[in-house]
Write a new protein. Structure first.
Length: 444
């Protein structure tokens, strides 16, 4: 448990958030499936990403952390063995709290010549896996839920020849899409994944950089497809991981909530499939400037954020829905905190996916914001937030969800009195130094 007081002065200074979690996961996975070595800088050493490393070590991949990094930059080196170089694990693969590891690794394992079993912690054991079991089975994989409840543990029988499919995903999910694409690397024909909207496209961008023939198409109605032509080997590359915009979002919100604040968050990934939070907050009047923009493989920039009073449209309302939701799904908890103090009513809908995250985030957000004095109503697929609230301190039940814990730590900076975050250790899943970095801004 950690106790946080209202900030008595503006937040100022510079922030360097840790590497992007999605890109860190994929750099290990794709490096392992490549020929030659992959050198990774900026890797996120959080619980989730370390789970990915441990799984691939069990699969026979040598992964080295440099002890004396050149130029002071820590480097992780993955000695890839190609698409067909993985070895049978000696025990069940444990993915901890990582849904990304669980779902993407399942796509890879479905194509291997050996049997395997994959499971995670108590949270992972409750998250839906039928969304990957169904398409993998259509591809010819033999993957089943050990308990028959469409959750982990998953039993994956090896030695199956996979075929490419055209799959219409009912949700825009990068994890589902990536799982199918990774299995498609081993198929004998093209794999196409259709989505109602373009989900984060790190898999497509990075696989192209590693040598795969893959691209996206978006139709006039906003529907999207990822198209993979298999057959090309992957080659090891150098990966420089940008800062995680999901981690940056907490500091963006903190600066917007605490009067007089002026901060710069450095080297943040601004991939358009991830940066919906920037677009939405800017529309609500946030002063966020992009500086030193670098349009490399994964675009990045420094974010200069100043305190702002947020508002809705001329009717005093603001809606976040539809195709915006996949671009900010992980940022919705901290966005809800900001919306609770904005001078408008904010409606979040089409976000039922929040129910199957590390916690039921619709319930967690509404319960904890109500405890702090906010006027908020849960709905079947989102929430309605009547803004303009003065928040007050409360005991926050994170339910072991890192994004809930960090979101309400930020809320505490603008709340009267003291706020206690229960189970604060869960932030280590994605941002081990979060509280230290947040407190450093208070001290500046």
């Amino acid at each position: 448990m950690i106790s946080i007081e209202k900030s008595s002065k503006p937040l100022t200074g510079n922030v360097f958030v840790p590497g992007d979690k999605s890109i860190s996961h994929r750099s290990i996975m794709f490096g392992a499936l490549s020929e030659g070595t992959t050198e990774i800088t900026g890797f996120l050493k959080s619980g989730d990403c370390l789970s990915t490393i441990e799984c691939f070590k069990q699969l026979g991949i040598l992964i080295e952390h440099s002890q004396r990094p050149m130029n002071g930059v820590p480097t992780i080196t993955v000695h890839g063995k190609g698409l067909h170089g993985l070895s049978a694990p000696s025990s069940t693969l444990y993915t901890g709290n990582s849904g990304t590891t669980t779902r993407l690794l399942s796509g890879i394992l479905a194509a291997q010549p050996f049997d395997s079993m994959i499971t995670g912690d108590s949270s992972i054991e409750k998250r839906p896996m039928n969304r990957i079991i169904k398409p993998l089975t259509q591809m010819g994989a033999d993957i089943t839920s050990a308990l028959g409840n469409d959750c982990t543990p998953l039993i994956i029988k090896g030695g199956k020849r996979l075929r490419g499919i055209s799959y219409h995903s009912p949700v825009a999910s990068a994890q589902v899409k990536s799982c199918i694409i990774l299995a498609g690397l081993y198929s004998e024909s093209d794999t196409v994944v259709y989505e109602p909207a373009l989900s984060r496209n790190h898999t497509e961008i990075m696989l192209r950089a590693f040598g795969a023939d893959i691209h996206n198409e978006v139709d006039v109605k906003g529907g999207a497809s990822a198209i993979l032509h298999p057959g090309l080997p992957l080659r090891g590359i150098k990966v420089n991981v940008p800062g995680d915009i999901s981690s940056a979002a907490y500091f963006i919100a903190a600066a917007l909530l605490v009067p007089g604040s002026d901060i710069i968050i450095h080297n943040v990934g601004i991939n358009k499939t991830r940066s919906g939070i920037l677009s939405i907050l800017t529309q609500m009047g946030a002063d966020i400037q992009l500086e030193n923009v670098d349009e490399s493989i994964e675009p990045r920039a420094d974010l200069h954020v100043r305190y702002s009073e947020l508002h809705g449209n001329e009717n005093g309302r603001f809606e976040v829905s539809g195709k915006l939701i996949p671009t900010m799904i992980d940022e919705l908890p901290i966005f809800a905190v900001v919306a609770a103090t904005a001078n408008c009513t904010t409606i979040i809908k089409d976000a039922a996916e929040l129910k199957v995250k590390e916690s039921n985030r619709i319930n967690s957000i509404c319960k904890n914001l109500k405890a702090m004095g906010a006027d908020i109503e849960p709905t079947e697929d989102g929430m309605i937030i009547h803004g303009g609230n003065t928040l007050h301190g409360a005991d926050i039940d994170s339910e072991g969800d890192h994004r809930i814990a960090m979101s309400f730590a930020v809320a505490a900076l603008a709340a009267e009195g003291s706020t206690r975050i229960l189970d604060d250790k869960c932030v280590g899943i994605s941002y081990p130094d979060f509280f230290k970095d947040l407190m450093n801004l208070k001290k500046c």
